[in-house]
Design a binder for this molecule. Structure first.
Ligand code: ADP
Ligand code: MG
Length: 708
């Protein structure tokens, strides 16, 4: 007992050391004290009996009241983990799952991965001892495939349910049925102060409990006229606040949409402050300014850097955090007094007409804006500067964000539900029904890929595909590659496609970086270029220096390597052979075509193409290996589209037109195409006009005659 505890102590300290290097290290005593001040901890006396007495409970509390970090601990302490069962807590965001697991491990003074662990896609930090398991909602969904009754849990907390992520919504639907089969399991749904009544109603008027807690008033200031450039306005506002208020008055939190505008914002604030301080007291660079620290946070940021936003700085310093909507409700940073809200976020939006998900910068809803403002009033009265007018807030903004299930591709969800023997998707108990068009377009994609048959039943290919935690077309490519005896190669390509960015392009050295990238090009294929990068990295013993020298992002490659390892495991478990084609790269391109024949384009001019299915004009992305070719390949498939001022194809590979006929006879046949177009003509985004329809069909006739 005692000796055990003391070793635990040490390793507990070590694990926090890793996360919070440089930080003023709080003692375990301080941590316990802080935890006991949290409203959720204080409410434990009423929470426990309510959970004991009900199978489902809805728990509502202000962000930062301790729902995520305290509820699992309270349940654990109340003896909920008997008979080797665990408490599972789902999060819509990977970053949040990791971060809160670390925090709870610290609070429980135990090394992460033992009693407290987390599991996110391609990364499992749990062990047989794990009793409190944080995970993304996607992971729990996948677990229901292997263990439909979730027998290893006696309690599931669906956290951040108000966020209405696709996987959370599907889990809620699955639980509706599961609860009748597992009378002993507890389901707790936690939500910020919105949507709660809807959850309660969905589960037969399950009791709601609101964690009492106080928040301070937040003054809301709108702009007088619409802003042109929210990054620029946010920078101005942050610099003004910093110069005009006492550093000790509080920290600043800025909401942006993603990595790009976050980095620009951080850099501009640094530049602007350096200018101001140069005039004021002659500093020469940002590093000489000693009363401010600026922290970005977004999901692609390395975890060590993410953890820095929680650093306590000494009193002479102010913190500026520039965040995505992760800081809206998932993570709470203490000490914020000023919020600057750009009014935008990135949302995944599906266009069923072109069968495509894309991330779009979209105005936030009023509910988001209020959550963001609320971050300023956690520890004292605060001020929120909204970079939009009161008029636009009242007249143009949605009251609530449209749930993800109503705006994204559902192919993977349908594949998963069908694997769970839930065939009647239309009558699945959805909290909010997805649009029929989206369901049809997704079913069509699965049918086209051969994952379901004409009756909508899962095929054996589809059932194999559902084993992979990948988008449907990538799973198919892996399975086909294995039949084509080149799964080693495709495994590498799929892993490389699953990481954010491989090539580094620093601002001052763009030319050099482009040349370095060019040296890896396999002329007719970006996919093979990725394979080439990985293979060369492997020949150089997976060296990080080698990556740096060649303008490659080591972190991304290392992650691809890890993903590759995880996918090998899935292949072994499902008896899908791993074979290499050696130097035959033609068969590799053919296998890629098998999963992407529905994303094919034919050439219309230099770097210009037209999508074969939709007739949409698309172009090669300037970073593509095909961009510099004098005689562009006539037919290509692409991995994804990037919509900016133009529609760019990213990750492009030249294919033989006959392969398209082979893998897509259902599409490259005029009658079917016409029907598909008709089916999808009333999309989320309104009807396409007749003229466009004509053009689509005309293009297809063209294709038939010219190419096939
Ligand atoms: P909720 O889920 O209700 O929004 P949390 O349980 O996430 O609240 O957070 C409760 C408190 O725990 C926060 O106010 C914050 O002070 C503290 N906290 C959470 N994560 C960390 C962390 N990584 N480092 C330091 N403090 C943290
Ligand atoms: Mg939370």
């Amino acid at each position: 007992g005692i000796s055990n505890e003391s070793t635990n102590d040490k390793s507990g300290e070590q694990s926090t050391d890793n996360i919070f290097h440089n930080e003023l290290q709080p003692s375990q005593e301080d941590i316990q004290k802080q935890r006991q001040t949290l409203p959720a901890y204080k409410a434990r006396g009423s929470l426990i009996p309510m959970i004991m007495n009900n199978q489902v409970a809805i728990i509502i509390g202000e962000t930062g009241s301790g729902k995520t970090t305290q509820l699992p601990q309270i349940l654990y302490e109340a003896g909920f983990c008997h008979d080797n069962t665990s408490i599972g807590i789902t999060q819509p965001r990977r970053v949040a799952a990791m971060s809160v697991a670390k925090r709870v491990a610290t609070e429980m003074n135990t090394p992460l991965g033992q009693k407290v662990g987390y599991s996110i896609r391609f990364e499992d930090q749990t062990s047989a001892e794990t009793r409190i398991k944080f995970m993304t909602d996607g992971i729990l969904l996948r677990e229901t495939l292997l263990d439909p009754l979730l027998l290893k849990y006696n309690c599931i907390i669906i956290d951040e349910a108000h966020e209405r992520s696709l996987n959370t919504d599907v889990l809620l639907g699955i639980f509706k049925n599961l609860l009748t089969k597992r009378k002993d399991i507890k389901l707790i749904i936690t939500s910020a102060t919105m949507n709660a009544a809807k959850f309660s109603k969905f589960f037969g008027n399950a009791p709601q409990f609101t964690i009492p807690g106080r928040t301070f008033p937040v003054q809301i200031i709108y702009t007088k006229s619409p802003v042109d450039d929210y990054v620029d306005s946010a920078v101005n506002e942050a610099v003004r606040i910093h110069m005009q208020t006492e550093v000790t008055s509080g920290d600043i939190l800025i909401f942006m949409t993603g990595q790009e505008d976050i980095e620009t914002t951080c850099e501009s604030i640094k530049d602007r402050l350096t200018e101001v301080y140069a005039k004021k007291n002659g500093v020469g660079s940002f590093d000489e300014i000693d009363d401010i620290e600026i922290f970005p946070i977004y999901s692609a940021l390395p975890p060590e850097l993410q953890a820095r936003i929680f650093h306590k700085l000494d009193h002479s310093k102010r913190k500026i955090v520039v965040a995505t909507n992760i800081a809206e409700t998932s993570l709470t940073i203490d000490g914020i007094k000023y919020v600057i809200d750009s009014g935008y976020s990135k949302l995944k939006v599906f266009n069923p007409r072109i069968g495509l998900d894309s991330l779009m910068i979209t105005p936030i809803s009023l509910a988001n804006a209020n959550q963001r403002s609320g971050r300023a009033g956690r520890t004292g009265p605060g001020i929120a500067y909204r970079l939009f007018t009161q008029e636009s807030a009242e007249e143009d903004m949605y009251v609530q964000t449209i749930p993800e299930i109503q705006r994204t591709n559902l192919s993977n969800t349908i594949l998963l539900l069908k694997s769970l023997d839930i065939n009647d998707i239309v009558h699945f108990p959805f909290l909010d029904k997805p649009p029929l068009q989206t369901l049809l377009a997704s079913l069509y994609e699965l049918w086209f890929l051969g994952a379901i048959d004409n009756f909508g039943n899962l095929t054996s290919l589809g059932s194999q595909m559902s084993k992979f935690p990948l988008q449907a077309s990538l799973s198919k490519v892996l399975i086909v590659a294995s039949q084509n005896k080149c799964s080693e190669e495709l495994l590498t390509i799929v892993s490389m496609l699953s990481v954010p960015q491989v090539f580094n392009r620093p601002k001052e050295r763009e030319k050099e970086a482009d040349q370095a990238r060019g040296r890896f090009f396999v002329p007719r294929s970006d996919h093979l270029t990725l394979l080439n990068v990985y293979n060369q990295w492997k020949s150089n013993k997976f060296s990080s220096q080698w990556c740096e020298k060649n303008f490659l992002i080591y972190r991304s490659l290392a992650r691809a390597h890890e993903i590759r390892r995880q996918l090998i495991k899935v292949m072994r478990e499902n008896d899908i052979p791993l074979v290499s084609s050696g130097s035959d790269w033609n068969i590799v391109r053919r296998s890629i075509c098998s999963g992407f024949a529905h994303q094919a384009a034919k050439v219309t001019g230099l770097r210009k193409y037209v999508n074969l299915r939709t007739g949409m004009a698309v172009e090669l992305h300037p970073t593509s290996a095909l961009y510099g070719l004098g005689d562009p390949p006539t037919s290509v498939v692409y991995h994804e589209l990037l919509m900016t001022s133009k529609e760019y194809m990213c990750f492009v590979t030249a294919v033989d037109p006959f392969w398209l006929m082979e893998f897509g006879p259902l599409i490259y046949d005029i009658k079917r195409v016409k029907q598909y177009e008709d089916d999808c003509s009333t999309s989320l985004f309104g009807t396409s006009d007749d003229h466009e329809e004509d053009k689509v069909n005309h293009d297809f006739v063209d294709v038939k005659i010219e190419q096939f």
